[in-house]
Design a binder for this molecule. Structure first.
Ligand code: CO
Length: 136
């Protein structure tokens, strides 16, 4: 079986309480522009993507109290939430992770924001980082 094949860093996701303030901070302080804003109903989050070279900073805030990001903010406060890596084939990359005996959150690829296909890998067997495999 081929390796999971990470091709690029797609995004660094940061959980924040006030999305507009966080967007202003990145714009004013670092000169990065928001290029996409979307509510992802299934995950109960609103996200803004700010472009840095070929990657994004993804600012995330919950839109519902039962959102996993709401629980994350409550438990751990604002900060780094997950890292999204680009892959050519999300299903193949996920199969590889499972074949190696690691825990996953999504048993099969599913729709992500921007029309991507994604799957999350559990931080428990990933050295503490929530990993998202992103196929564009
Ligand atoms: Co993400």
């Amino acid at each position: 079986m081929a390796a999971a094949g990470l091709t690029e860093i797609d995004h660094i996701a940061i959980a924040v309480r006030d999305l507009d303030s966080a967007v202003d901070y990145y714009r004013k302080t670092y000169g990065v522009e928001p290029v996409h804003r979307e509510v992802v109903e299934k995950d109960g989050v609103e996200e803004v993507l700010l472009k840095v070279a070929d990657s994004y900073i993804q600012l995330l805030t919950p839109v519902r109290d039962d959102s996993p990001v709401a629980k994350y903010l409550e438990k751990r406060g604002e900060g780094l939430h997950h890292v999204g890596y680009r892959v050519d084939d999300c299903a193949a990359a996920l199969a590889r992770v499972k074949a190696e005996g690691h825990q996953v959150i999504d048993d099969a690829p599913r729709p992500g924001s921007r029309g991507t296909t994604v799957a999350f890998v559990h931080p428990k067997t990933a050295f503490g980082t929530l990993i998202e495999l992103v196929e564009e």
